[in-house]
Design a protein around this ligand. Structure first.
Ligand SMILES: [Zn+2]
Length: 309
């Protein structure tokens, strides 16, 4: 069973001589303290999450070994450029606070390094500045054990409902038997922390195609999603063009290239807001045909040449 968990991460860690030796061993060459940037991340913990699942403390110990040498990627991009960080050391930290399951809280701390280059400069600044805060980890466990009856939920369902309390005991799934650790990734700060669990089949969590392969229903669903995504991208492109057009009409004093580059950075909601605001401005400037601001394309009958972009 593959899982992805998210948590807080990205803390500066000092480089000791001992750390440099570990890093050099992984990098297979001697690294100087000034060549690497190191930081620590909270990879995962034993707290019961909002899906009522948690890593058992023993699983964290097992994952500690598996995560050494694994890569950290950024924004879920599998580009070579993105695979810029690597975990060189891990440690299970035990605290006195209790989890919702009633046992001491512990978490897996990963120490990661990045080679300082022009390409990693901006990322390092983002980590230092605390922008890249959330970390998600991908790993595989063998069992998902019901906390009430001990049955392996990967194999059978037991009738207990996760999140319910039975005789004062919270029902949750305990993730046990770490089989593999894939990577950790910084995710663009999500609205809510610990944004949940993605469960998959087979290996390679990030590759939906692999997950769907051989399953007709899943493949159809994936194809449908791809088609919808393509249509969404086309629509977004149209929306961006419209924002640029209206921005020019609104007389903001910005060049087309500047507007285009701004529009490229906006997400859907922001584009809609920009379209509305620019449309209003454009409508005020050209009160004769304000409705043109809202996408009615009557270029052929246009009285005012200013609308032709
Ligand atoms: Zn059960």
């Amino acid at each position: 069973m593959n899982i992805v968990k998210e948590s807080q991460g990205g803390q500066r860690a000092p480089v000791s001589g001992e750390d440099l030796a570990l890093i050099s061993a992984l990098a297979r060459k001697e690294m100087g303290a000034e060549e690497v940037y190191t930081f620590s991340v909270r990879l995962c913990d034993n707290e019961v999450d909002r899906d009522f699942e948690r890593f058992a403390p023993q699983t964290l110990e097992e994952l500690a070994g598996l995560f050494v040498g694994k890569s950290g990627i950024f924004d879920h991009q599998w580009s070579a450029q993105g695979q810029a960080a690597r975990i060189y050391k891990t440690e299970v930290i035990r605290e006195t606070a209790l989890t919702r399951a009633g046992d001491p809280y512990c978490w897996l701390k990963g120490y990661a390094y990045m080679v300082r280059t022009d390409k990693t400069k901006d990322l390092i600044a983002e980590i230092e500045g605390g922008i890249k805060k959330e970390v998600s980890v991908g790993c595989a466990v063998e069992r998902s054990v019901c906390s009430i009856c001990g049955k392996d939920l990967c194999k059978e369902s037991c009738g207990h409902k996760k999140g319910e309390v039975y005789d004062g005991r919270l029902c949750y799934a305990s993730l046990e038997g770490a089989a593999d650790a894939y990577e950790f990734s910084f995710v663009a700060v999500p609205a809510q922390p610990r944004a949940g669990v993605v469960k998959g089949r087979g290996s390679g969590l990030m590759r939906l195609k692999d997950l769907a392969a051989g399953d007709g229903q899943l493949e159809r669903e994936l194809k449908q999603l791809e088609e919808e995504a393509r249509m969404g991208r086309d629509y977004l492109k149209g929306l961006r063009d419209e924002v640029v057009r209206l921005g020019l009409l609104a007389g903001l004093g910005l060049e087309r290239e500047v507007l285009q580059s701004m529009a490229d950075k906006l997400d859907y909601e922001q584009l809609l807001s920009a379209k509305e605001a620019y449309g209003r401005r454009a409508g005020e400037r050209y009160p004769i045909r304000p409705q043109l601001s809202y996408g009615q394309r009557e270029e052929k009958n246009q009285a005012d040449g200013a609308f032709l972009i």
